[in-house]
Design a protein around this ligand. Structure first.
Ligand SMILES: [Zn+2]
Ligand SMILES: [Zn+2]
Ligand SMILES: [Zn+2]
Ligand SMILES: [Zn+2]
Length: 384
């Protein structure tokens, strides 16, 4: 005799065979939604890989869902999911408009949220290669570049994602007045006459405006973002501390230069908290290996003992080139993980001399000797 359970199963089977399967919906291939057509060629792909974009959320057709309901079929789960996406996008848009747009007169401001970044953006269109890139796709490009730098930082120092716990909050304004007004509000620093201000440590906030005198093109703007985002990442890496005002300017500024050089082949950004730098002022065209080699060959290189006792804003142009070389030597010759260990010991207030000894077996004197040997062996005598 059959058990009641198997009878029930049989009944279900019979019922299932009696019902005809629904025909697939042609227009949406039974997904219940269609890609929104209002975003232009290639743009929908940019939107799909970010969490939020204010331009997408502003779309009259989909309100940020990036898709529209298929009118040829009923698909309740798909309709619910669409409505959820609209709701989320509109919530984020309202929040951003309230927190940021409402306090800045100069519109429009665009907003992007990616996995680790909240970006406010109003940079004017820029030419990259032969193409003029409008503000909206340019914002997506900068979002990708900042995420890529974060990934490179993690790889270089072999640290897990969780060791950069802070969300990056970056504000790139087209006009000076916006940064001058908004920068101090988000960073707590004076921003009146500066091109950029930062809040570093547990918080990772950077506000800047695109001064064309110092950043004539996309490459220069990108380099500025690399330099300053590197500061945010270094400071945020656990334990979160900004080293630049604790006599460790050589690490703070040296590493920011190292990433500028690694990704663009030049160093053109200098951090000063108080002294306003003449826009566009720089050192040796941003190509520093040849001048460092010359300083070392001429016996004029400032000693590590001196360099490693200065804050970031106490470094002069020549010092900037030397601290770049110090960091370049440690990372290139000894690897990123050792540099990470050094940074962590110093962040935990171990004296530089002791940290250097523990990680590299060097003291400030032998550091100079090894650095100079390495510079003579690897830095060119002239630009190639
Ligand atoms: Zn977008
Ligand atoms: Zn749309
Ligand atoms: Zn359909
Ligand atoms: Zn800097």
């Amino acid at each position: 005799m059959r058990s009641p359970l198997s009878l029930l199963l049989l009944a279900t089977l019979v019922q299932a065979q009696d019902t005809k399967p629904p025909l697939p919906c042609q227009p949406c291939t039974s997904h219940g939604e269609l890609p929104c057509k209002a975003h232009g060629k290639g743009v929908l792909e940019l939107e799909k890989v970010v969490r939020f974009c204010s331009v997408a959320a502003d779309c009259k057709t989909c309100q940020g869902a990036l898709a529209t309901d298929c009118k040829s079929c009923r698909n309740q789960p798909a309709e619910t999911a669409l409505a959820e996406r609209v709701k989320l996008a509109q919530q984020l848009l309202t929040q951003r408009r309230k927190d940021i747009d409402a306090v800045i007169d100069n519109k429009p401001l665009l907003h992007l949220t990616t996995e680790h970044l909240d970006l406010v953006f109003s940079i004017r269109p820029l030419t990259i290669g032969r193409d003029k890139i409008e503000t909206h796709p340019l914002m997506h490009l900068y979002g990708q570049r900042i995420e890529a730098l974060r990934t490179l930082f993690l790889q270089t120092f072999d640290v897990p994602d969780g060791d950069l716990p802070g969300r990056l909050r970056i504000h790139m304004f087209r006009d000076e007045q916006d940064h001058a007004f908004f920068g101090p509000r988000v960073t707590g620093m004076g921003g009146g006459s500066s091109t950029g201000t930062k809040l570093m440590g547990a918080e990772c906030v950077y506000s800047m405006w695109h001064d064309p005198r110092g950043m004539p093109d996309d490459e220069a703007l990108h380099r500025t973002i690399i330099h300053n985002t590197s500061h945010l990442l270094l400071s945020n890496m656990t334990p979160a501390v900004w080293l630049g005002n604790r006599k460790h300017g050589w690490i703070d500024e040296g590493l920011a230069h190292w990433f500028e050089d690694k990704l663009t082949g030049k160093c053109t950004n200098f951090c000063y908290e108080e002294i306003a730098l003449t826009p566009g002022a720089g050192f040796k065209g941003g190509r520093w290996r040849v001048p460092v080699r010359k300083l070392v060959d001429d016996g004029k290189a400032r000693s590590f003992a001196e360099l490693s006792a200065l804050n970031t804003d106490q470094l002069d142009f020549q010092d900037h080139a030397m601290v770049f070389a110090c960091v370049d030597f440690l990372i290139t010759a000894h690897g990123g993980p050792k540099f990470r260990d050094l940074v962590r010991l110093i962040k935990r207030d171990k004296p530089t001399r002791d940290a250097l000894q523990e990680v590299y077996g060097l003291n400030p004197l032998t550091f100079d000797t090894r650095l100079h040997e390495w510079v003579k062996a690897t830095y060119p005598l002239q630009e190639r």
